[in-house]
Write a protein that binds this ligand. Structure first.
Ligand SMILES: [Zn+2]
Ligand SMILES: [Zn+2]
Length: 247
């Protein structure tokens, strides 16, 4: 299973990083997944796409949805069916606040599927479960279970333990680490994780592979060098834009 990082910054892009987006080009035969639709979504314009693209939104903050307005270019000249998933509040915000006058000249034209609390989804034979994270305006952790492997995506959450059971035993854990430990007060105030929070989540999950993403765009090129994260999570990867990995 291939994963490509379209955007690895939180809040705003910088010269090296766009905001949140994780692309699974072959999630199932004929189906691609995009997890979040930040500014990195424009990268879809240059990708081969199967007939259907499923976009899963964790929440409605702009660094996770702004790229929905770029789908016009993505669909141009292609026969592509797009289905967008999110909780009721997120879909409502994306549909009515982001699209239409005066912010964007076009109306929303995509199929949607609402994620209801405690209700797993089946998409193309893949079980998808969610967990409500602690973050201003809320955020959903997403877990994808194929028959042979699993992936959990935990972005935008305060560093509490509430979701540790949810991510237990996954093959691949993609987890936010917006701030270094020295900024833990800001992390708590803004509903984000520090290095120490990432380490606890990684160790608790028992994940075979951990990838950190959603980095503060004002921090260094490799944020995991701070706080000695490489020594604390064996094999951890600090995601870069356009990085691909197979799991
Ligand atoms: Zn974010
Ligand atoms: Zn957020």
């Amino acid at each position: 299973m291939r994963v490509e990082f379209f955007g690895t910054a939180g809040f705003h892009p910088n010269a090296e990083r766009h905001t949140a987006g994780i692309f699974l080009p072959d999630a199932a035969p004929g189906e691609a997944f995009l997890l979040d639709a930040g500014t990195g979504t424009w990268r879809l314009t240059a990708r081969d796409l199967p007939p259907r693209l499923h976009i899963f939104l964790t929440h409605a903050h702009l660094d996770h949805v702004a790229g929905l307005t770029y789908l016009l270019d993505v669909t141009h000249g292609r026969d592509l069916e797009i289905i967008i998933y999110g909780d009721a509040k997120t879909l409502q915000a994306a549909r009515s606040a982001l699209f239409g006058s005066p912010l964007f000249p076009l109306q929303w034209s995509y199929a949607t599927c609402e994620i209801a609390p405690d209700t797993p989804l089946q998409v193309a034979g893949i079980q998808i479960t969610t967990f409500p994270l602690t973050h201003p305006d809320g955020c959903l952790a997403l877990r994808f279970d194929w028959p042979q492997k699993s992936l959990a995506y935990v972005t935008d959450t305060i560093g509490d333990d509430s979701y540790f059971e949810f991510i237990g035993g996954v093959d691949l854990l993609i987890h936010e680490r917006n701030f270094p430990d020295r900024m833990k007060d800001l992390a708590k105030a803004s509903g984000h994780c520090t290095s120490a929070d990432l380490v606890r989540a990684a160790q608790s999950s028992g994940a075979k592979q951990v990838v950190a993403t959603h980095f503060n765009p004002l921090t260094p090129t490799d944020p995991l060098l701070e706080d000695d994260v490489y020594a604390q999570i064996p094999g951890v990867i600090s995601a870069r834009d356009e990085q691909c990995l197979d799991f």
